[in-house]
Design a protein around this ligand. Structure first.
Ligand SMILES: C[S@@+](CC[C@H](N)C(=O)[O-])C[C@H]1O[C@@H](n2cnc3c(N)ncnc32)[C@H](O)[C@@H]1O
Length: 281
């Protein structure tokens, strides 16, 4: 297990889907709309949330390659997709054939570690490379290599829900600033890709793709959470507090006190951006 457990991903999925920017998604759908079918490569797929959000906007015949290094998450993705589909068939190699409304979706599950790059995953060239909530984990230099690899085969990138460093909790708390600073320091730790870009990941990703000659569009996809999402708010606060303690910048008592108070927050904004990067035609 990678530390991203299926129950956390399931808890955040409705907020993730609500937050995705519809105009960026329209650009993606428009680019693939001329086709009858599309092959999509989803990096760091977790339990398959990105497919469930995006498939309705793509051509009627789709082939998704879901990639993650965590075998347990790939199993969870298979189960979640079977329950989500109107009809499903499990093929002998483990692929799924799904029907959801008008969409016929073949799904392959690939266990691979992205730390050494994506070049091996780009043949045949996907019609779209996508990833959700992944890029805060990687380094700016990993993104440079990633952009060069995609440019070499001319694949577009649709990156959704990349954390952009904004967190606003209401009502305010005396420790908000120190907690956020500690959380960001923790985010910068190396997750195997070099020092993680964390809150700087949107800017680094956009810059890497612009340098590789892509046209880049971005839009806000923040979570805006309220009391009806109290379970998600509670888990979010607990995770941030734990990360803050691990930096040594706050005592466990300070962080726990903050997390307890945050459980009752009336409004929380967590900043994300969606990005669509298209290569020159
Ligand atoms: C925040 S989760 C997002 C999951 C999913 N995209 C979603 O939106 O629900 C990050 C994902 O990246 C995957 N991941 C992290 N490091 C990885 C690596 N080195 N190689 C492949 N996948 C990785 C994790 O296993 C996890 O599924």
């Amino acid at each position: 297990m990678s530390g991203f457990n299926p129950s956390w991903l399931a808890l955040r999925e409705p907020a993730d889907h609500d937050a995705r920017d519809p105009e960026i998604e329209d650009l993606v759908a428009g680019r693939l709309g001329e086709r009858d079918n599309a092959m999509v490569l989803d990096l760091g797929c977790g339990s398959g949330s990105n497919l469930r959000a995006l498939a309705p906007a793509l051509p009627d015949h789709q082939f998704w390659r879901l990639v993650d290094h965590d075998a347990a998450l790939l199993d969870a993705a298979r189960d979640r997709l079977e329950s989500w589909a109107d009809a499903s068939e499990r093929k002998s190699g483990g692929d799924l054939h799904l029907q959801k409304g008008e969409k016929h979706i073949r799904v392959a599950f690939e266990q691979a570690d992205l730390r050494s790059g994506v070049a091996a995953l780009l043949s045949p060239t996907p019609d779209l490379v996508t990833a959700a909530a992944l890029f805060d984990l990687v380094s700016a230099s990993w993104m440079e290599g990633f952009a060069r690899d995609l440019a070499a085969c001319g694949a577009p990138l649709y990156a959704v829900l990349t954390y952009d460093g904004r967190e606003i909790w209401r009502p305010g708390h005396l420790l908000d600033e120190r907690i956020l600073a500690a959380f960001h320091r923790h985010q910068g730790r190396d997750k195997g890709f070099g020092p993680a870009a964390g809150p700087g990941s949107v800017a680094a990703l956009a810059a890497a793709f612009e340098r590789a000659g892509y046209a880049v569009a971005t839009a806000d996809s923040a979570w805006v959470l309220g009391p009806q999402q109290s379970e998600l708010i509670g888990e979010l606060a607990a995770g941030i507090a734990q990360a803050a303690v691990e930096t040594g910048d706050l005592t466990p008592e300070e962080a726990q006190g903050w997390a307890q108070a945050r459980g009752g927050a009336s409004r929380v904004l967590v900043g994300h951006q969606d990005l669509f990067a298209t290569p020159p035609r």
